[in-house]
Ligand binder design. Structure first.
Ligand code: SAM
Length: 332
């Protein structure tokens, strides 16, 4: 087997797949403005995603994450999960979702082979949640979290992006959930995009809250944070636990604590482009040649080429921001 290894000796074994660019929420920092949605024909069909994953699995891809847009906006997602689960070599399928409709899909997804979910939730206050998501209802997300737990999607992780003056007052509320409800909360540093919600002056790039600041606030108010190593799907986050907590607190400091040297992932956009780095605009179109009859060998070659153009690290520190797509068009 030829493995996917980039020019910096990083082995790529994780593919994040955006299954649609449609999202039912309009999070203030994620969506700058609505560009026209992809047409039905532009979006990869399930059979095409399956073929790409099969080729990837032959090159060492073992883990998949379904994302969007909002992945649950794609009808019958459990069918795709089942197709991917049957591919030799794929041993972990997860999903990142806003959970607005997860309550009605969790059981079917788990039965089809989905292993775990990350749920995006930026506020525990119903009004603020509605403001931050443009339209969301907090209670439906909380129902989604419960349904995921009941369906055995394990672990359920909560992803929270903090913005100063907007939801940073909730740091302790989220941390408390790791004690009272066993939540696994991960604070993800806001990553600036050239075209993101800051364009509409709802917030500015400097409203980001660093991991160090969050850690200080939690430790100062709730006691020591002990480093822990979770068992499954821990990726780039650093995890800690408060005394008496069954849940964990993770930190993903993409900006202030760059983890590019450990990057093991590549992304597939809903319109069939391989994107080696979230924060770099370079992509390789595989949908067009695939629809023109490309062989599996040629497909694997394009996947290798995508690994070859992966940069050593992102350049946010030098103010080089991704500009060709907004976050909702990539999937995080
Ligand atoms: N709709 C799904 C969801 O909400 O989880 C999947 C797509 S969404 C783009 C994936 C994640 O990206 C969400 O957790 C969201 O908070 C995060 N996100 C969006 N823009 C971001 C940014 N600029 N910096 C950090 N995280 C961001």
């Amino acid at each position: 087997m030829t493995c996917l290894v980039d020019n910096f000796q990083r082995r790529i074994n994780y593919l994040r797949i955006s299954v649609t660019d449609h999202c039912d929420l309009r999070c203030i920092y994620c969506t700058a403005h609505q560009v026209p949605r992809l047409s039905h024909d532009d979006i990869l069909r399930y059979e095409e995603i399956e073929r790409i994953v099969r080729a990837g699995a032959q090159m060492g891809i073992t883990s998949l994450r379904l994302t969007g847009g909002e992945p649950l906006m794609r009808p019958h997602l459990e069918v795709l999960v089942g197709m991917l689960k049957n591919i030799d070599g794929i041993d972990d399928i997860s999903m990142t979702t806003n959970a607005t409709v997860l309550a009605r899909h969790a059981e079917n997804l788990a039965a089809a082979g989905l292993d775990r979910v990350n749920i995006s939730l930026d506020s525990l206050n119903a009004e603020k949640f509605h403001y931050m998501t443009g339209r969301g209802k907090l209670s439906t997300v909380l129902e989604g979290i419960e349904a995921a737990r009941k369906a055995g999607l394990n672990p359920v992780k909560i992803n929270t992006v903090l913005l100063k003056g907007i939801n940073d007052s909730e740091i302790l509320d989220f941390a408390a959930k790791t004690v009272t409800d066993g939540w696994h909360v991960r604070f993800i540093e806001y990553m600036p995009f050239a075209c993101d919600g800051s364009q509409g002056s709802t917030f500015a790039h400097n409203q980001t809250v660093s991991d160090a600041e969050i850690k200080d606030i939690i430790a100062g108010n709730m006691g020591e944070l002990t480093p822990v190593m979770p068992s499954k799907g821990y990726g780039p986050a650093k995890y800690y636990q408060l005394e008496n907590a069954t849940g964990t607190i993770g930190f993903i400091g993409a900006v202030t604590d760059c983890f590019c040297s450990k990057c093991n992932r590549m992304r597939l956009t809903a319109d069939g482009r391989l994107r080696p780095c979230l924060l770099d605009d370079e992509e390789i179109d595989i949908k067009t040649p695939m629809r023109r009859g490309m062989s599996d060998e040629e497909l694997r070659k394009l996947m290798s080429q995508a690994a070859d153009i992966k940069h050593e690290k992102h350049r946010l520190g030098e103010h080089v921001l991704p500009a060709a797509r907004q976050m909702w068009q990539i999937g995080g």
